[in-house]
Design a binder for this molecule. Structure first.
Ligand code: NAP
Length: 690
């Protein structure tokens, strides 16, 4: 008997009372699960997320949320084999499931690491530098990004039941928002298993994660301007939901990721004996068959120079012949069935539409070998390469997506024509170019970039490390204009801001500094008799400032520094040339100034400051001449505690960002930068403040 798939709402699992839609095993066709969301209270779900999960997540800092993501990722990784087992029923091979399961968990790890490295240890983000708005520096503006106070509703496509959820949850939780996940019914049992493991881990605050298996009922009716909807799936469904009355009325943020007719171009230089030709053919065959072509990023349109058409067809045919179709439990099988027989019928009908202007050149719809006991019961579908002979005149290849192992070859006769054909997709997630010629790559890249979210430019040099045409990466933007939905996901920390409100705050620098918990230019400074390098991390105060003694720059300094560094640039060393230069006289080396500044502000004896960690945003603002007298202002601008995990040198530490200005005798700022230092923490204070 089919198992009923429960949803997790308002802190408990709920099974629908009546019968649900039947979900079948993709290989054997046997009924496995019943899916229904009947009886769920969708309004209560949104209220639960807003009342429970949101406030708890917002209390945490980015670093705490990042650590939480890492712990969840570790927890899931330890249980990955159970997910592989469940995923088999979708027809996935081990490799297909690896992309979904370990790819999804890997995305969480990436967000955990990026959150710690690129975001502050604060509950909200300070976006960009302060903008001074008044001539007297008493009025300024600062952008901040704060978490939205509603719930993120993630409606996902069937093809990546694990990755599709985790790639959205990473940025959502990092931003501090709770989520309601709605996977596609046909593969929701995989999502259910992953959600159950996450909940069982008790690593998330209650109310952070809810799951709907089945329809969304009246969920969208209860959304407000603080909520977000992210939709991944077909253009038709997505467009319909985006036009929902409540979404429009309340300007609910809506991110749409839809179908895409991605291109790959074989460069005109890549004749059949080149490495790029071979790489191209391999990529086309891989893209057609991984996940049985059920990926939004698959190469759907294969653009090849007309003169190499028959070579490409022959090579793709021979590559596909090495990828047996069948039951993935058979070790020799490399491509599994589609997710369901219904979906196979849908792909077949889309192929029929394509055949209005295309013909099949590799594969057969009628006869194809399947390595399975009962092929007729599974959702098997053969890899098909179609060909459109008149790609500039016919529309089907540019408009119809057969969401399976189906691609269409389009011959082109010039670079301009290739660009025009690529753009006919009307906006796609990704495109790729295989060429050894950098100029060809440049032309194709710039010619197609406005219509694409991501472009992969392959040559022999990068092929070994290339992540492939069809792999969205957490570091890079995933999404595309036009037909692809116009949305944007991933792209590193960019995607975290989709769940936050960017607000421009205006006021005095001091007030902005207090709000942002970091010293901003123009804010008050605090002074103490004790040198800041004698203080532990926990004793330092934001705004604490040390103004140094003075030092006059001499010719001997410049000559000595030139000798020490080997930098004899004329502006420092050649009197005549310096006089003729923009400086009108010899100037001190910028790096000498930075070194001399360190000599002025450093307190040399051993103490809590452990190391110089780096230097950022260095600008030399005015030249310093022989005879000028410099001094330095060092201000504690920002403090970031590090984990209490043992450090290589033993003790707990924090990073202190010091805002540094070097001035001349006229109090003119001659250089400005940020110095990062590692500062020891006092263990007692560190433990109590965690
Ligand atoms: P779909 O039929 O549009 O369904 C997508 C999601 O929407 C499913 O969770 C579905 O749930 C839900 N849904 C359908 N009708 C709804 C409604 N009236 N209200 C609320 N939710 C509704 O797409 P699919 O068949 O799952 O996925 C295949 C398509 O997705 C392909 O076209 C592919 O190109 C696209 N895709 C795009 C991306 C991308 O990143 N751009 C990624 C993957 C897939 P039920 O299953 O319960 O109906």
């Amino acid at each position: 008997m089919a198992e009923k798939i429960a949803s997790f709402t308002c802190g408990a699992w709920h099974t629908a009372p009546g019968a649900g839609a039947l979900v079948h095993h993709a290989v054997s066709g046997e009924p496995l699960y019943e899916v229904s969301s009947d009886g769920l209270d969708f309004q209560a779900m949104t209220a639960w997320a807003r009342a429970k999960g949101g406030p708890a997540l917002r209390k945490m800092t980015f670093h705490q949320r990042a650590r939480m993501l890492k712990a969840v990722a570790r927890y899931l990784l330890e249980r990955k084999e159970s997910f592989y087992e469940i995923s088999k029923a979708t027809g996935a091979t081990r490799k297909d499931s690896w992309i979904d399961i370990e790819g999804g968990i890997g995305t969480l790890f990436t967000y955990a690491s990026k959150g710690r490295r690129e975001l502050p240890d604060e509950p909200f983000h300070v976006d960009g530098p302060i903008e001074m708005l008044g001539a007297n520096r008493t009025f300024a503006g600062q952008h901040i990004c704060v978490p939205l106070e509603g719930v993120a509703v993630h409606i996902n496509a069937f093809n990546f039941p694990c990755w599709g959820m985790l790639e959205k949850l990473g940025p959502t939780f990092l931003a501090g928002m709770p989520a309601i996940v709605k996977p596609a019914s046909v593969s929701c049992y995989v999502t259910r298993a992953v959600v159950a493991a996450i909940l069982e881990s008790e690593l998330l605050p209650p109310g952070s994660l809810q799951l709907i298996c089945g329809g969304t009922g009246d969920l969208l009716e209860h959304l407000t301007c603080q909520d977000v909807v992210t939709f991944t799936g077909s253009k038709d469904t997505g467009t319909r939901l985006k036009q929902h009355q409540v979404v429009l009325e309340h300007s609910v943020r809506f991110n749409l990721e839809a179908d895409s007719l991605n291109y790959s171009i074989l460069g005109p230089d890549a004749h059949p004996k080149t490495a790029e030709f071979e790489l191209f053919v391999r990529e086309v065959a891989r893209e057609m068959t991984v996940k049985a072509g059920q990926k939004c990023t698959v190469i759907r349109r294969v653009l090849v120079p007309a003169r190499y058409e028959s070579d490409v067809i022959a090579a793709v045919q021979s590559a596909l012949a090495k990828i047996p179709l069948g039951d993935p439990s058979d070790d020799s099988v490399r491509m599994g069935p589609l997710v369901s027989r219904e979906h196979a019928a849908d792909v077949r009908s889309q192929v029929a539409r394509l055949l209005a202007s295309c013909s099949v050149v590799v594969g057969s719809l009628e006869q194809f070998p399947v390595r399975a006991k009962h092929p007729e019961q599974g959702a098997f579908f053969p890899p098909l390469l179609l060909r459109c002979g008149l790609p500039l005149q016919a529309n089907e290849a540019h408009e119809v997506e057969a969401f399976g192992p189906v691609s269409t070859l389009l011959p082109y006769s010039s670079i301009e024509e290739a660009i025009e054909l690529a753009r006919r997709g009307g906006g796609s997630l990704c495109g790729s170019v295989f060429t050894a010629d950098d100029q060809v790559a440049r032309e194709l890249c710039l010619g197609t970039a406005p219509f694409h979210g991501r472009l992969l430019l392959v040559n022999e040099q990068c092929a070994g490390e290339s992540t492939g045409h069809g792999s969205p990466l957490p570091h890079l933007v995933h999404g595309g204009p036009g037909r692809a939905g116009g949305g944007e996901e991933l792209g590193g920390i960019r995607s975290v801001f989709h769940y936050m409100q960017r607000t421009a705050v205006q006021g005095s620098p001091q007030r902005l500094s207090v709000i942002c918990n970091r010293w901003l230019s123009g804010a008050e400074t605090k002074h103490d008799q004790v040198h800041p390098f004698r203080k532990y991390f926990d004793e330092l105060q934001i705004g604490e400032t040390w103004v140094t003694h003075r030092r006059t720059v001499t010719e001997a300094d410049i000559v000595a520094f030139a000798g020490l560094s080997g930098d004899y640039f004329y502006a420092h060393m050649d009197d005549g040339a310096a006089r003729a230069s923009i400086f009108k006289n010899r100037v001190a080396h910028g790096y000498f100034l930075v070194s001399a500044a360190a000599g002025l502000f450093v307190d040399p004896a051993p103490g809590p400051v452990l190391a110089n960690y780096g230097l950022e945003n260095l600008r030399f603002l005015k030249p310093v001449y022989i005879g000028d007298t410099i001094h330095v202002r060092l201000t504690c601008a920002q403090k970031t505690a590090r984990d209490l995990d043992p450090m290589p040198d033993g003790g707990p530490q924090g990073i202190v960002a010091w805002d540094v200005s070097i001035y001349n005798q006229l109090e003119e700022e001659v250089a400005h930068y940020t110095v990062l230092t590692l500062v020891a923490r006092k263990l007692d204070a560190a433990v109590t403040s965690e």
